[in-house]
Design a protein around this ligand. Sequence first.
Ligand code: ZN
Length: 303
Amino acid sequence: MASDYLLRATSKDGSIRALVATTTNLVAEAQRRHDTAATATAALGRALTAAGLFAATLKDGESITLRFIGDGPIGGIITEADHAGNIRGYVQEPHADLPARPDGKLDVGGVVGSNGYVHVTRDLRMREPYTSSAALVSGEIAVDLSNYFLVSEQTPSAVSLGVLVERDLTVRAAGGFFLQALPGAAEDVIRGLEANVGLMPSISAAIDQGMTPEGILRLALAGIDYEIIGRQELRYHCRCDRDRVERALISVGERDLREMADDDRPVEMTCHFCGQRYEFSPDELRQLLARATPPDGEKHLHS
Ligand code: ZN
């Protein structure tokens, strides 16, 4: 299968930004890692694709986190992507599933819920990460994000996300596009874009039929002078490692860590994002405890 990639394009006058991605492989990997049911796969896949698209608008070294917290059975969806095309994510209830909707589509809105919020956090490295939020509209992910951009960032955007899941739960096709009218975009250009978007086929069906991001871009930006300014491979990649897990364990605090160490049994930690397991022997826990225990002087200050 062709690898996942993203194209970045702008209109020649710079007023329109377009991002298109195929994410079939990385969504398939997420499905395998998290053992998600069909509807949960579609919800997670859309959110992973969205994170990848939005991260492409950031600068080198920056990253974005999307959190969808609704009142549906999936509980919550967290996805992250960085500017280099590394994407990861998880859902609270991977087995959340619902019967298909009357039109045959997976009921993503039902599984996410329409009461709740989408939170978008940008980590721009040099500053504190900042988060902005908007109420969910339908829980279908793409509509919620278009609304987020309009309400929270005052930028008219079109977001389309699609995941096609096979009966055996494997992922057949996934991808999406993200179009933004930047300040200064002419009214007739925006209307032309809206008309193009209205004529677009379902994104997952288009990718399933072999349409490339180049082809999708041609449809989305028909009638607009544009150029492709970047191409990037996308992949499911988790940045967890033993060192980070050790720091997380230390941060639970001296008392809890001492309890674990005194238990004299190995402790297993699992990464939410990728399912990787990390085991710590009682000896290793005691070493971590030594690192967690502040020097005497400091201890007195805090007690
Ligand atoms: Zn991980």
